[in-house]
Design a protein around this ligand. Structure first.
Ligand SMILES: Cc1cc2nc3c(=O)[nH]c(=O)nc-3n(C[C@H](O)[C@H](O)[C@H](O)COP(=O)(O)OP(=O)(O)OC[C@H]3O[C@@H](n4cnc5c(N)ncnc54)[C@H](O)[C@@H]3O)c2cc1C
Length: 498
Protein backbone atom coordinates (compact mmCIF):
# COMPACT_ATOMS: atom_id res chain seq x y z
CA UNK A 1 0.00 0.00 0.00
CA UNK A 2 1.31 3.45 -0.94
CA UNK A 3 1.24 6.08 1.77
CA UNK A 4 2.03 9.65 0.84
CA UNK A 5 2.92 11.70 3.86
CA UNK A 6 2.05 15.41 3.93
CA UNK A 7 3.54 17.54 6.68
CA UNK A 8 2.90 14.97 9.33
CA UNK A 9 5.01 14.98 12.46
CA UNK A 10 6.58 11.93 14.00
CA UNK A 11 4.56 12.65 17.10
CA UNK A 12 1.33 12.51 15.16
CA UNK A 13 2.12 9.13 13.69
CA UNK A 14 2.95 7.80 17.14
CA UNK A 15 -0.33 9.28 18.41
CA UNK A 16 -2.24 7.59 15.58
CA UNK A 17 -0.61 4.27 16.37
CA UNK A 18 -1.50 4.71 20.02
CA UNK A 19 -5.09 5.49 19.04
CA UNK A 20 -5.29 2.33 17.02
CA UNK A 21 -3.87 0.30 19.86
CA UNK A 22 -6.36 1.86 22.32
CA UNK A 23 -9.02 0.88 19.82
CA UNK A 24 -8.36 -2.72 20.79
CA UNK A 25 -10.34 -2.31 23.97
CA UNK A 26 -14.10 -2.55 24.31
CA UNK A 27 -15.46 0.84 25.30
CA UNK A 28 -19.06 1.53 24.47
CA UNK A 29 -21.66 -0.49 26.36
CA UNK A 30 -22.47 -3.62 24.39
CA UNK A 31 -24.77 -5.86 26.33
CA UNK A 32 -24.13 -9.14 24.56
CA UNK A 33 -20.99 -11.21 24.84
CA UNK A 34 -18.89 -10.01 21.97
CA UNK A 35 -15.59 -11.18 20.60
CA UNK A 36 -12.63 -9.09 21.72
CA UNK A 37 -11.01 -7.05 19.01
CA UNK A 38 -7.40 -7.98 18.70
CA UNK A 39 -4.48 -5.82 17.78
CA UNK A 40 -5.40 -3.21 15.24
CA UNK A 41 -3.05 -3.06 12.27
CA UNK A 42 -0.14 -0.72 12.62
CA UNK A 43 1.07 1.88 10.12
CA UNK A 44 4.20 0.09 8.86
CA UNK A 45 6.24 2.73 7.08
CA UNK A 46 8.87 4.80 8.82
CA UNK A 47 7.29 8.07 9.88
CA UNK A 48 8.36 11.51 8.72
CA UNK A 49 7.69 14.95 10.11
CA UNK A 50 4.10 15.64 9.09
CA UNK A 51 0.80 17.20 10.20
CA UNK A 52 -2.11 15.52 8.38
CA UNK A 53 -2.18 11.94 7.21
CA UNK A 54 -2.87 11.23 3.59
CA UNK A 55 -3.34 7.61 2.57
CA UNK A 56 -3.79 6.23 -0.92
CA UNK A 57 -5.55 2.93 -1.57
CA UNK A 58 -7.76 1.27 -4.17
CA UNK A 59 -10.90 0.79 -2.08
CA UNK A 60 -11.94 2.39 1.18
CA UNK A 61 -14.75 0.73 3.12
CA UNK A 62 -16.69 2.82 5.64
CA UNK A 63 -17.90 0.64 8.52
CA UNK A 64 -16.69 -2.66 9.94
CA UNK A 65 -20.00 -4.51 10.38
CA UNK A 66 -20.78 -7.68 8.46
CA UNK A 67 -21.33 -5.81 5.17
CA UNK A 68 -18.08 -3.84 5.41
CA UNK A 69 -15.87 -6.76 6.43
CA UNK A 70 -17.38 -8.95 3.70
CA UNK A 71 -16.94 -6.27 1.01
CA UNK A 72 -13.35 -5.69 2.09
CA UNK A 73 -12.53 -9.42 1.83
CA UNK A 74 -14.01 -9.68 -1.67
CA UNK A 75 -12.24 -6.54 -2.94
CA UNK A 76 -8.98 -7.83 -1.50
CA UNK A 77 -9.47 -11.26 -3.03
CA UNK A 78 -9.90 -9.50 -6.40
CA UNK A 79 -6.40 -8.10 -5.92
CA UNK A 80 -7.20 -4.61 -4.64
CA UNK A 81 -5.69 -2.69 -1.74
CA UNK A 82 -8.33 -2.04 0.89
CA UNK A 83 -8.65 0.05 4.04
CA UNK A 84 -11.60 -0.04 6.44
CA UNK A 85 -12.49 2.90 8.67
CA UNK A 86 -14.62 2.29 11.76
CA UNK A 87 -15.75 5.08 14.04
CA UNK A 88 -16.31 2.93 17.11
CA UNK A 89 -13.60 1.35 19.25
CA UNK A 90 -14.59 -2.18 18.26
CA UNK A 91 -15.30 -4.02 15.04
CA UNK A 92 -18.78 -5.36 14.27
CA UNK A 93 -21.55 -2.74 14.65
CA UNK A 94 -25.05 -4.20 14.88
CA UNK A 95 -23.80 -7.34 13.16
CA UNK A 96 -22.24 -8.29 16.47
CA UNK A 97 -25.71 -8.28 18.04
CA UNK A 98 -27.48 -10.52 15.51
CA UNK A 99 -28.71 -13.62 17.25
CA UNK A 100 -31.46 -15.51 15.42
CA UNK A 101 -29.86 -16.47 12.12
CA UNK A 102 -29.13 -15.92 8.43
CA UNK A 103 -31.95 -16.77 6.01
CA UNK A 104 -31.21 -18.89 2.95
CA UNK A 105 -33.54 -21.23 1.10
CA UNK A 106 -32.41 -24.49 -0.48
CA UNK A 107 -29.09 -25.10 1.28
CA UNK A 108 -27.31 -28.42 1.96
CA UNK A 109 -27.67 -27.64 5.69
CA UNK A 110 -31.47 -27.59 5.31
CA UNK A 111 -31.39 -30.73 3.21
CA UNK A 112 -29.34 -32.55 5.87
CA UNK A 113 -32.09 -31.71 8.38
CA UNK A 114 -34.88 -32.82 6.04
CA UNK A 115 -36.15 -29.26 5.42
CA UNK A 116 -37.62 -28.69 1.98
CA UNK A 117 -37.17 -25.10 0.89
CA UNK A 118 -36.02 -23.02 -2.07
CA UNK A 119 -34.82 -19.58 -3.10
CA UNK A 120 -38.23 -19.09 -4.76
CA UNK A 121 -40.18 -19.65 -1.53
CA UNK A 122 -37.68 -17.40 0.28
CA UNK A 123 -38.40 -14.74 -2.39
CA UNK A 124 -42.19 -15.06 -1.95
CA UNK A 125 -41.94 -14.84 1.86
CA UNK A 126 -39.67 -11.78 1.66
CA UNK A 127 -41.97 -9.91 -0.73
CA UNK A 128 -45.05 -10.82 1.30
CA UNK A 129 -43.34 -9.91 4.60
CA UNK A 130 -42.34 -6.53 3.11
CA UNK A 131 -45.92 -5.88 1.90
CA UNK A 132 -44.66 -6.12 -1.71
CA UNK A 133 -42.96 -2.73 -1.27
CA UNK A 134 -39.53 -4.36 -1.74
CA UNK A 135 -37.48 -3.81 -4.89
CA UNK A 136 -38.10 -7.15 -6.68
CA UNK A 137 -34.67 -7.11 -8.39
CA UNK A 138 -32.86 -6.70 -5.07
CA UNK A 139 -34.97 -9.44 -3.46
CA UNK A 140 -34.24 -11.75 -6.37
CA UNK A 141 -30.52 -11.16 -5.85
CA UNK A 142 -30.85 -11.62 -2.08
CA UNK A 143 -32.70 -14.89 -2.26
CA UNK A 144 -30.76 -16.38 -5.19
CA UNK A 145 -27.40 -15.55 -3.63
CA UNK A 146 -28.24 -16.36 0.02
CA UNK A 147 -27.33 -20.08 -0.27
CA UNK A 148 -23.99 -19.02 -1.85
CA UNK A 149 -23.47 -16.63 1.06
CA UNK A 150 -23.86 -19.55 3.49
CA UNK A 151 -21.46 -21.64 1.41
CA UNK A 152 -18.91 -18.79 1.30
CA UNK A 153 -19.09 -18.21 5.07
CA UNK A 154 -18.58 -21.91 5.71
CA UNK A 155 -15.63 -21.93 3.28
CA UNK A 156 -13.91 -19.23 5.35
CA UNK A 157 -14.51 -21.00 8.66
CA UNK A 158 -18.08 -20.41 9.83
CA UNK A 159 -20.39 -22.99 11.45
CA UNK A 160 -23.97 -22.58 10.20
CA UNK A 161 -25.28 -26.08 10.66
CA UNK A 162 -28.28 -25.35 12.90
CA UNK A 163 -31.39 -24.14 11.05
CA UNK A 164 -34.34 -22.57 12.86
CA UNK A 165 -37.42 -20.56 12.06
CA UNK A 166 -38.07 -16.85 12.44
CA UNK A 167 -41.32 -14.90 11.93
CA UNK A 168 -42.81 -14.66 8.45
CA UNK A 169 -40.83 -17.58 6.99
CA UNK A 170 -42.73 -20.54 5.56
CA UNK A 171 -39.90 -22.95 6.30
CA UNK A 172 -37.01 -23.27 8.73
CA UNK A 173 -34.26 -21.29 6.97
CA UNK A 174 -32.40 -19.26 9.60
CA UNK A 175 -28.86 -20.63 9.63
CA UNK A 176 -26.84 -20.32 12.83
CA UNK A 177 -24.08 -22.13 14.71
CA UNK A 178 -24.59 -25.57 16.22
CA UNK A 179 -26.98 -25.62 19.17
CA UNK A 180 -28.64 -22.35 18.13
CA UNK A 181 -25.82 -20.09 19.32
CA UNK A 182 -26.01 -16.38 18.33
CA UNK A 183 -25.12 -15.92 14.67
CA UNK A 184 -23.68 -12.37 14.70
CA UNK A 185 -20.73 -12.66 17.09
CA UNK A 186 -19.70 -15.87 15.34
CA UNK A 187 -19.82 -14.44 11.82
CA UNK A 188 -18.05 -11.22 12.84
CA UNK A 189 -15.30 -13.24 14.51
CA UNK A 190 -14.81 -15.41 11.41
CA UNK A 191 -14.78 -12.36 9.11
CA UNK A 192 -12.34 -10.55 11.40
CA UNK A 193 -9.97 -13.52 11.45
CA UNK A 194 -9.95 -13.53 7.66
CA UNK A 195 -9.42 -9.74 7.54
CA UNK A 196 -6.36 -10.22 9.77
CA UNK A 197 -5.11 -13.10 7.62
CA UNK A 198 -5.37 -10.88 4.54
CA UNK A 199 -3.59 -8.00 6.32
CA UNK A 200 -6.44 -5.60 5.64
CA UNK A 201 -6.05 -2.46 7.74
CA UNK A 202 -8.91 -1.41 10.00
CA UNK A 203 -8.60 2.11 11.37
CA UNK A 204 -10.69 2.04 14.56
CA UNK A 205 -12.05 5.20 16.20
CA UNK A 206 -11.85 6.81 12.79
CA UNK A 207 -15.05 8.45 11.59
CA UNK A 208 -15.64 9.09 7.90
CA UNK A 209 -16.97 12.61 7.56
CA UNK A 210 -17.12 13.28 3.83
CA UNK A 211 -17.04 11.47 0.51
CA UNK A 212 -14.69 13.20 -1.93
CA UNK A 213 -16.35 13.74 -5.30
CA UNK A 214 -14.79 15.53 -8.26
CA UNK A 215 -15.06 15.38 -12.04
CA UNK A 216 -18.14 13.19 -11.81
CA UNK A 217 -16.45 10.48 -9.78
CA UNK A 218 -15.73 9.51 -6.21
CA UNK A 219 -12.12 10.14 -5.16
CA UNK A 220 -12.01 8.86 -1.57
CA UNK A 221 -13.05 10.13 1.83
CA UNK A 222 -11.99 12.35 4.65
CA UNK A 223 -12.15 11.02 8.15
CA UNK A 224 -11.20 12.17 11.61
CA UNK A 225 -9.73 10.18 14.44
CA UNK A 226 -10.87 10.52 18.04
CA UNK A 227 -8.32 13.28 18.65
CA UNK A 228 -9.68 15.36 15.82
CA UNK A 229 -6.81 14.67 13.40
CA UNK A 230 -7.94 14.70 9.78
CA UNK A 231 -7.12 11.70 7.62
CA UNK A 232 -7.59 11.92 3.86
CA UNK A 233 -7.94 8.57 2.16
CA UNK A 234 -7.63 8.85 -1.59
CA UNK A 235 -9.33 5.86 -3.21
CA UNK A 236 -10.67 4.85 -6.57
CA UNK A 237 -13.80 3.35 -5.00
CA UNK A 238 -15.71 3.91 -1.78
CA UNK A 239 -17.98 1.28 -0.24
CA UNK A 240 -20.49 2.60 2.27
CA UNK A 241 -21.33 0.00 4.92
CA UNK A 242 -22.28 2.24 7.82
CA UNK A 243 -25.45 0.38 8.87
CA UNK A 244 -28.83 1.86 9.73
CA UNK A 245 -30.03 4.81 11.81
CA UNK A 246 -32.16 3.28 14.60
CA UNK A 247 -29.91 4.90 17.24
CA UNK A 248 -30.44 8.38 15.77
CA UNK A 249 -33.70 9.29 17.51
CA UNK A 250 -33.83 12.71 15.84
CA UNK A 251 -33.68 11.18 12.36
CA UNK A 252 -36.17 8.44 13.34
CA UNK A 253 -38.76 10.79 14.81
CA UNK A 254 -38.43 13.26 11.94
CA UNK A 255 -39.48 10.39 9.67
CA UNK A 256 -42.08 8.90 12.02
CA UNK A 257 -43.22 11.02 14.95
CA UNK A 258 -45.12 8.05 16.46
CA UNK A 259 -41.76 6.55 17.41
CA UNK A 260 -40.83 9.43 19.73
CA UNK A 261 -39.71 8.08 23.10
CA UNK A 262 -39.09 4.51 21.90
CA UNK A 263 -35.86 2.77 22.96
CA UNK A 264 -33.66 0.91 20.48
CA UNK A 265 -31.98 -2.47 20.21
CA UNK A 266 -29.12 -0.96 18.18
CA UNK A 267 -25.52 -0.11 19.02
CA UNK A 268 -24.80 3.61 19.50
CA UNK A 269 -22.99 3.93 16.15
CA UNK A 270 -26.15 3.28 14.10
CA UNK A 271 -26.71 6.95 13.32
CA UNK A 272 -27.17 7.04 9.54
CA UNK A 273 -23.86 8.76 8.68
CA UNK A 274 -23.51 6.99 5.32
CA UNK A 275 -26.89 8.29 4.21
CA UNK A 276 -25.99 11.86 5.17
CA UNK A 277 -22.57 11.73 3.42
CA UNK A 278 -23.84 10.10 0.24
CA UNK A 279 -26.89 12.33 -0.21
CA UNK A 280 -24.54 15.33 -0.02
CA UNK A 281 -22.96 14.15 -3.28
CA UNK A 282 -26.28 13.46 -4.97
CA UNK A 283 -27.22 9.92 -3.91
CA UNK A 284 -30.89 9.02 -3.86
CA UNK A 285 -32.63 7.43 -0.90
CA UNK A 286 -35.63 5.14 -0.85
CA UNK A 287 -38.34 4.19 1.68
CA UNK A 288 -36.71 6.14 4.52
CA UNK A 289 -39.97 6.15 6.49
CA UNK A 290 -40.00 2.34 6.77
CA UNK A 291 -38.74 1.82 10.32
CA UNK A 292 -39.26 -1.46 12.16
CA UNK A 293 -39.87 -2.07 15.82
CA UNK A 294 -38.92 -5.43 17.32
CA UNK A 295 -41.61 -6.81 19.63
CA UNK A 296 -39.51 -8.68 22.17
CA UNK A 297 -37.15 -6.22 23.81
CA UNK A 298 -36.59 -6.07 27.58
CA UNK A 299 -37.98 -2.63 28.53
CA UNK A 300 -35.59 -2.04 31.43
CA UNK A 301 -32.36 -2.40 29.45
CA UNK A 302 -33.16 -2.50 25.70
CA UNK A 303 -31.85 -6.06 25.36
CA UNK A 304 -33.44 -7.85 22.42
CA UNK A 305 -34.69 -11.40 22.86
CA UNK A 306 -34.24 -13.23 19.59
CA UNK A 307 -37.30 -14.24 17.60
CA UNK A 308 -35.81 -17.75 17.61
CA UNK A 309 -37.21 -18.20 21.15
CA UNK A 310 -40.71 -17.92 19.71
CA UNK A 311 -39.62 -19.90 16.67
CA UNK A 312 -38.63 -22.72 19.00
CA UNK A 313 -41.97 -22.68 20.82
CA UNK A 314 -42.37 -19.74 23.24
CA UNK A 315 -45.73 -17.97 23.46
CA UNK A 316 -46.60 -14.42 24.53
CA UNK A 317 -49.09 -13.76 27.34
CA UNK A 318 -50.47 -10.56 28.85
CA UNK A 319 -51.03 -9.67 32.50
CA UNK A 320 -54.35 -11.57 32.42
CA UNK A 321 -52.37 -14.72 31.66
CA UNK A 322 -53.84 -14.85 28.13
CA UNK A 323 -52.38 -15.08 24.64
CA UNK A 324 -53.49 -12.23 22.36
CA UNK A 325 -51.73 -12.72 19.03
CA UNK A 326 -50.09 -15.17 16.64
CA UNK A 327 -46.61 -15.03 18.15
CA UNK A 328 -45.01 -15.77 14.76
CA UNK A 329 -46.67 -12.87 12.99
CA UNK A 330 -44.50 -10.19 11.44
CA UNK A 331 -42.71 -7.83 13.80
CA UNK A 332 -44.91 -4.83 13.12
CA UNK A 333 -48.09 -6.79 13.82
CA UNK A 334 -46.81 -8.41 17.03
CA UNK A 335 -45.41 -5.03 18.22
CA UNK A 336 -48.82 -3.37 17.67
CA UNK A 337 -50.58 -6.16 19.56
CA UNK A 338 -48.25 -5.76 22.57
CA UNK A 339 -48.78 -1.99 22.65
CA UNK A 340 -52.52 -2.66 23.11
CA UNK A 341 -51.91 -4.63 26.34
CA UNK A 342 -51.84 -3.27 29.89
CA UNK A 343 -48.61 -1.31 30.49
CA UNK A 344 -47.77 -1.79 26.78
CA UNK A 345 -45.65 -4.83 27.60
CA UNK A 346 -46.26 -8.58 27.86
CA UNK A 347 -44.43 -11.78 28.83
CA UNK A 348 -42.56 -14.19 26.61
CA UNK A 349 -43.33 -17.56 28.17
CA UNK A 350 -41.57 -20.91 27.65
CA UNK A 351 -40.51 -24.12 29.37
CA UNK A 352 -37.36 -26.17 29.78
CA UNK A 353 -37.82 -27.97 26.46
CA UNK A 354 -37.67 -24.64 24.59
CA UNK A 355 -34.62 -23.67 26.67
CA UNK A 356 -32.88 -26.92 25.80
CA UNK A 357 -33.51 -26.34 22.08
CA UNK A 358 -31.73 -22.98 21.86
CA UNK A 359 -28.45 -22.26 23.58
CA UNK A 360 -28.95 -18.47 23.31
CA UNK A 361 -31.57 -18.84 26.09
CA UNK A 362 -28.96 -19.93 28.64
CA UNK A 363 -27.32 -16.55 28.02
CA UNK A 364 -30.59 -14.77 28.88
CA UNK A 365 -30.91 -16.81 32.08
CA UNK A 366 -27.31 -16.02 33.08
CA UNK A 367 -28.00 -12.33 32.49
CA UNK A 368 -30.91 -12.50 34.95
CA UNK A 369 -33.55 -11.60 32.36
CA UNK A 370 -35.91 -14.46 33.23
CA UNK A 371 -38.47 -14.98 35.97
CA UNK A 372 -38.68 -18.71 36.77
CA UNK A 373 -41.09 -21.14 38.43
CA UNK A 374 -41.24 -24.88 39.06
CA UNK A 375 -44.97 -24.86 38.22
CA UNK A 376 -47.45 -22.66 36.35
CA UNK A 377 -48.82 -21.48 39.71
CA UNK A 378 -45.36 -20.58 40.97
CA UNK A 379 -44.38 -18.54 37.92
CA UNK A 380 -47.79 -16.81 37.82
CA UNK A 381 -47.31 -15.79 41.45
CA UNK A 382 -43.79 -14.51 40.73
CA UNK A 383 -45.13 -12.44 37.80
CA UNK A 384 -48.21 -11.39 39.80
CA UNK A 385 -50.51 -12.47 36.96
CA UNK A 386 -53.70 -14.53 36.93
CA UNK A 387 -52.62 -18.16 37.57
CA UNK A 388 -55.95 -19.73 36.63
CA UNK A 389 -56.03 -17.99 33.27
CA UNK A 390 -52.39 -18.84 32.62
CA UNK A 391 -53.11 -22.51 33.33
CA UNK A 392 -56.06 -22.49 30.89
CA UNK A 393 -53.93 -20.69 28.29
CA UNK A 394 -51.12 -23.25 28.50
CA UNK A 395 -53.52 -26.22 28.47
CA UNK A 396 -55.32 -24.88 25.39
CA UNK A 397 -52.03 -24.10 23.66
CA UNK A 398 -50.82 -27.66 24.30
CA UNK A 399 -53.97 -29.07 22.71
CA UNK A 400 -53.27 -26.89 19.63
CA UNK A 401 -49.78 -28.39 19.46
CA UNK A 402 -51.26 -31.91 19.65
CA UNK A 403 -53.74 -31.08 16.87
CA UNK A 404 -51.14 -28.98 14.99
CA UNK A 405 -53.79 -26.31 14.63
CA UNK A 406 -54.12 -23.07 16.57
CA UNK A 407 -57.86 -22.36 16.42
CA UNK A 408 -57.48 -19.08 18.39
CA UNK A 409 -54.73 -17.12 16.62
CA UNK A 410 -53.80 -19.34 13.66
CA UNK A 411 -50.15 -19.55 14.66
CA UNK A 412 -48.72 -21.51 11.74
CA UNK A 413 -46.00 -23.45 13.53
CA UNK A 414 -46.50 -25.28 16.80
CA UNK A 415 -43.15 -26.97 17.44
CA UNK A 416 -43.53 -28.25 21.02
CA UNK A 417 -45.85 -28.39 24.01
CA UNK A 418 -45.08 -26.24 27.04
CA UNK A 419 -45.19 -28.82 29.81
CA UNK A 420 -41.67 -29.40 31.05
CA UNK A 421 -40.78 -27.53 34.27
CA UNK A 422 -39.06 -25.20 34.87
CA UNK A 423 -41.13 -22.44 33.32
CA UNK A 424 -39.62 -19.11 32.30
CA UNK A 425 -40.96 -15.64 31.49
CA UNK A 426 -39.31 -12.47 30.23
CA UNK A 427 -41.11 -9.10 30.20
CA UNK A 428 -40.95 -7.67 26.69
CA UNK A 429 -42.14 -4.71 24.64
CA UNK A 430 -41.32 -3.11 21.27
CA UNK A 431 -38.24 -0.97 20.51
CA UNK A 432 -36.80 0.52 17.31
CA UNK A 433 -34.87 -2.23 15.62
CA UNK A 434 -34.28 -1.87 11.89
CA UNK A 435 -34.35 0.90 9.30
CA UNK A 436 -35.51 -0.67 6.05
CA UNK A 437 -34.99 2.49 4.00
CA UNK A 438 -31.66 3.95 2.93
CA UNK A 439 -29.45 4.58 -0.07
CA UNK A 440 -30.89 3.51 -3.38
CA UNK A 441 -28.74 0.83 -5.01
CA UNK A 442 -29.05 -1.53 -7.95
CA UNK A 443 -28.32 -5.24 -7.80
CA UNK A 444 -24.62 -4.51 -8.49
CA UNK A 445 -24.53 -2.58 -5.19
CA UNK A 446 -23.87 0.65 -7.11
CA UNK A 447 -25.31 3.72 -5.42
CA UNK A 448 -27.77 5.54 -7.66
CA UNK A 449 -28.26 9.29 -7.96
CA UNK A 450 -31.64 10.98 -8.07
CA UNK A 451 -31.77 10.48 -11.85
CA UNK A 452 -31.35 6.74 -11.39
CA UNK A 453 -27.74 6.59 -12.68
CA UNK A 454 -24.89 4.89 -10.85
CA UNK A 455 -22.53 7.30 -9.10
CA UNK A 456 -19.04 6.50 -10.42
CA UNK A 457 -16.98 4.80 -7.75
CA UNK A 458 -19.67 4.67 -5.04
CA UNK A 459 -21.00 1.37 -3.72
CA UNK A 460 -23.09 0.43 -0.69
CA UNK A 461 -24.22 -2.70 1.14
CA UNK A 462 -26.15 -3.68 4.24
CA UNK A 463 -28.55 -1.75 6.41
CA UNK A 464 -27.42 1.61 4.97
CA UNK A 465 -29.25 0.68 1.75
CA UNK A 466 -33.00 0.64 1.13
CA UNK A 467 -35.43 -1.42 -0.89
CA UNK A 468 -34.38 -4.96 -0.01
CA UNK A 469 -36.81 -5.35 2.88
CA UNK A 470 -39.70 -3.12 1.74
CA UNK A 471 -42.23 -2.27 4.45
CA UNK A 472 -41.07 -4.87 6.98
CA UNK A 473 -37.88 -6.91 7.34
CA UNK A 474 -38.17 -10.61 8.08
CA UNK A 475 -35.96 -11.94 10.87
CA UNK A 476 -32.83 -13.50 9.38
CA UNK A 477 -32.95 -11.50 6.13
CA UNK A 478 -30.59 -8.71 7.28
CA UNK A 479 -27.67 -11.03 7.90
CA UNK A 480 -28.33 -12.58 4.49
CA UNK A 481 -28.44 -9.04 3.04
CA UNK A 482 -25.07 -7.96 4.48
CA UNK A 483 -23.23 -11.02 3.23
CA UNK A 484 -24.91 -11.17 -0.20
CA UNK A 485 -24.61 -7.45 -0.99
CA UNK A 486 -21.30 -7.06 0.88
CA UNK A 487 -19.83 -9.66 -1.47
CA UNK A 488 -21.33 -7.96 -4.52
CA UNK A 489 -20.12 -4.49 -3.44
CA UNK A 490 -16.55 -5.77 -2.95
CA UNK A 491 -16.49 -7.52 -6.32
CA UNK A 492 -18.15 -4.69 -8.27
CA UNK A 493 -15.89 -2.07 -6.72
CA UNK A 494 -12.85 -4.14 -7.74
CA UNK A 495 -14.19 -4.53 -11.29
CA UNK A 496 -14.90 -0.80 -11.53
CA UNK A 497 -11.25 -0.03 -10.75
CA UNK A 498 -9.85 -2.29 -13.50
C1 LIG B 1 -30.03 -6.88 18.67
C2 LIG B 1 -30.07 -7.18 17.20
C3 LIG B 1 -30.27 -8.49 16.77
C4 LIG B 1 -30.34 -8.78 15.41
N1 LIG B 1 -30.50 -10.08 15.00
C5 LIG B 1 -30.56 -10.35 13.68
C6 LIG B 1 -30.66 -11.70 13.22
O1 LIG B 1 -30.64 -12.65 13.99
N2 LIG B 1 -30.75 -11.91 11.88
C7 LIG B 1 -30.75 -10.90 10.98
O2 LIG B 1 -30.84 -11.15 9.78
N3 LIG B 1 -30.60 -9.62 11.40
C8 LIG B 1 -30.49 -9.33 12.70
N4 LIG B 1 -30.34 -8.04 13.11
C9 LIG B 1 -30.11 -7.00 12.10
C10 LIG B 1 -28.68 -7.07 11.58
O3 LIG B 1 -27.81 -7.41 12.65
C11 LIG B 1 -28.21 -5.75 10.98
O4 LIG B 1 -29.17 -5.26 10.07
C12 LIG B 1 -26.91 -5.96 10.22
O5 LIG B 1 -25.99 -6.63 11.03
C13 LIG B 1 -26.34 -4.63 9.76
O6 LIG B 1 -25.05 -4.89 9.24
P1 LIG B 1 -24.25 -3.73 8.53
O7 LIG B 1 -22.91 -4.28 8.21
O8 LIG B 1 -25.05 -3.13 7.46
O9 LIG B 1 -24.13 -2.61 9.67
P2 LIG B 1 -23.44 -2.72 11.09
O10 LIG B 1 -23.16 -4.11 11.48
O11 LIG B 1 -24.24 -1.90 12.04
O12 LIG B 1 -22.03 -2.03 10.84
C14 LIG B 1 -21.93 -0.67 10.47
C15 LIG B 1 -20.63 -0.14 11.03
O13 LIG B 1 -20.36 1.14 10.46
C16 LIG B 1 -19.81 1.97 11.48
N5 LIG B 1 -19.99 3.37 11.09
C17 LIG B 1 -21.14 4.08 11.03
N6 LIG B 1 -20.89 5.35 10.65
C18 LIG B 1 -19.56 5.43 10.43
C19 LIG B 1 -18.69 6.48 10.01
N7 LIG B 1 -19.14 7.73 9.75
N8 LIG B 1 -17.37 6.22 9.90
C20 LIG B 1 -16.87 4.99 10.19
N9 LIG B 1 -17.64 3.95 10.62
C21 LIG B 1 -18.97 4.18 10.71
C22 LIG B 1 -20.61 1.58 12.70
O14 LIG B 1 -19.98 1.99 13.88
C23 LIG B 1 -20.69 0.07 12.54
O15 LIG B 1 -19.62 -0.58 13.15
C24 LIG B 1 -30.23 -7.73 14.47
C25 LIG B 1 -30.02 -6.43 14.89
C26 LIG B 1 -29.93 -6.15 16.25
C27 LIG B 1 -29.70 -4.74 16.68
Amino acid sequence: MKKTKKLVSLLLIIALMATLAIGCTKEEPVIEDVPEVEDAPIVEESPEVEEDLNITTDVVVIGSGGAGLTAALEAKSAGKDVIIVEKMSIVGGNSLRATGGLNAGGTPQQEALGIEDSAEIHYEDTMKGGYEKNDPELVKTLTTDAPKAVEWLISIGADLSDVGKLGGSTNNRSHRPTGGAPVGPHIVEVLKENIEKENIEILLKTEATEILYEDNMVKGITAKDNEGNIITIEAKAVIIATGGFSANSEMVTELNSELAGFGTTNHPGATGDGIVMATKIGAATTQMEEIQTHPTVVPTNGYMITEAVRGNGAIIVNRDGKRFTNEMGTRDVVSEAILEQEKETAYLFFDDSVRESLSAIDGYIKMGLTTEGESIEEIAAALEINAENLKVTIDSYNTYVDAQEDTEFARPDLPRKLEKAKYYAIEIGPAIHHTMGGLKINSNAEVLNTSGDAINGLFAAGEVTGGVHGGNRLGGNAVADIIVFGRIAGKTAAEYIK
